[in-house]
Design a protein around this ligand. Structure first.
Ligand code: 4AD
Ligand code: MG
Length: 429
């Protein structure tokens, strides 16, 4: 019977065959332990010399990453977190790997990134991708369960919602085009047709940032809701994030364990999340001894980390100054220097995972903002149309997938959270 490793618990006591690779091996003169992986999981197989000398010799001679069919009996094994192991009765090598470059010793990040196509096979990288997959699945579940429709915005665009300095230019036949920075403007149009929508796709920022939080290409989940004010949107954000955390804790136990993630910090995450205004956050930073920031300036990573540490939970920083936020954000009636927006800052130094706001729905105000921001009115005519024909208050936000994966997995750098990350100076592999 051919099975996969994740099916092993159903076959306790039975002889089965698994198509797999050799992750690692260790052993003594009498017993050989093989760490098998098949994509669905990881399991230890054991060959004992006294039981079968030829088989023992074959197991001992296997190279790392050799592909094979391994046959044996599934046994319960309390010592492993997986709970099962295999007593080997046969090994059929498919392809013998030789000189696999990633050995159990430590390698530097550049070497590992050059070998990303192989590094993906490691226990930890496999765990990170599993967590990424869980977040993707939970995202669809959350929004579909709550009555949202998925709308796919274009990737080749003529607009620049998040400022013109970080655009990837390309030719669109005779015209100029940009790779999408955000699907938001299109999601807004879709919300006027469908009420509650979300987009989930790749976005691009030609940002010359080389930090542990920045990718050039990343995936963003962007919900947009007609008739929702900023407060309503914050509620969706905290419910969504709580939902993601709960699902990852429930379904990715072995992965979190393989990553050595301290889950106690995740277990206490429950909506509602604390909130602090930008203005109060500036005060807080000053009290904590930061004298390198003044009202009106944007926060850097150390500021965000300090604020998040203060709360030790995901925290919304609300109502930033207009000048440092995007043109489409609605003015805050209680403090017109600021806008109705929030960034959600993850704890433990993972930084901003969500940016969101209520959108300007008055035609004249929005038109003026487009002009003031030096944007080409002709390119935004369609966007302004949304304020011409039955305009309504609406709000939305964008959650960065890779930053969320980094945070929940506990990995230090977003380069480990995309299968093939695009980074400053890295387009290979
Ligand atoms: O704050 P941002 O730029 O917001 C928007 O793009 C809005 N249009 C979203 C909306 O309201 N629909 O980006 C949103 C999120 C950030 O909070 C962050 O998680 C992620 O996208 N992000 C990045 N992730 C990785 N690398 C980068 N260079 C990122 N830039 C933004
Ligand atoms: Mg932002």
């Amino acid at each position: 019977m051919k099975i996969s490793i994740n099916q092993a618990p159903q076959y306790e006591g039975e002889e089965v065959t698994i198509g797999c690779w050799l992750l690692q091996k260790r052993g003594s003169g009498k017993i050989q332990f093989l760490q098998l992986r098949d994509g669905t999981g990881f399991m230890q197989a054991v060959a004992v010399k006294a039981a079968d000398e030829d088989l023992f010799a074959a197991a001992k001679g296997l190279n790392q990453e050799t592909s094979m069919y391994v046959t044996g009996t599934i046994k319960a094994d309390e010592r492993s977190s997986f709970g099962y192991e295999m007593e080997v009765s046969g090994i059929e090598v498919i392809h013998e790997a030789e000189g696999y470059p990633i050995t159990p010793k430590n390698h530097g990040p550049e070497f590992l990134m050059d070998n990303r196509h192989l590094w993906l096979r490691s226990r930890k990288q496999h765990a990170v991708m599993n967590i990424r997959n869980q977040i993707i699945r939970s995202t669809y579940n959350f929004f579909f369960e709550n009555g949202y429709k998925k709308i796919d915005p274009p990737i080749l665009t003529s607009s620049s919602p998040e400022g013109t300095t970080e655009l990837f230019h390309t030719k669109y036949f005779e015209e100029d085009a940009f790779l999408s920075q955000s699907g938001q403007l299109y999601a807004e149009a879709a919300a006027m047709a469908h009420g509650k929508v979300f987009s989930f796709g790749p976005t691009f920022r030609a940002e010359k940032s080389k930090t542990r939080r920045h990718l050039i290409e990343f995936w963003m989940i962007e919900p947009e809701m007609a008739f929702y004010n900023h407060e309503d949107s914050l509620k969706v954000q905290e419910e969504y994030v709580e939902y993601l955390v709960t699902d990852v804790l429930e379904h990715c136990r072995l992965d979190l364990e393989a990553l050595g993630r301290d889950t106690s910090v995740l277990e206490k995450i429950q909506a509602p999340f604390p909130r602090i205004t930008y203005t109060d956050a500036i005060e807080l930073l000053k009290e904590k001894g930061f004298d390198d920031i003044e009202w009106g300036e944007d926060f850097g990573a150390p500021h965000e980390t300090e604020i998040a540490n203060h709360f030790d939970l995901p925290v919304f920083i609300v109502n930033y100054p207009k000048e440092i936020k995007s043109f489409y954000m609605e003015e805050n009636p209680e403090d017109p220097r600021t806008v109705l927006c929030a960034d959600l800052i993850a704890p433990e130094g993972y930084g901003e995972v969500i940016g969101g706001s209520q959108r300007i729905h008055d035609y004249d105000t929005l038109k003026q903002k487009i002009v003031d921001n030096g944007l080409d009115l002709a390119a935004y005519e369609w966007y302004l149309d949304l304020r011409k024909y039955g305009s309504v208050p609406h709000s939305g936000f964008g959650l960065g997938l890779e930053r969320t994966v980094a945070w929940l997995s506990g990995v230090q750098h977003v380069r480990e959270t995309a299968p093939f990350p695009r980074l400053l100076n890295r387009l290979y592999p």
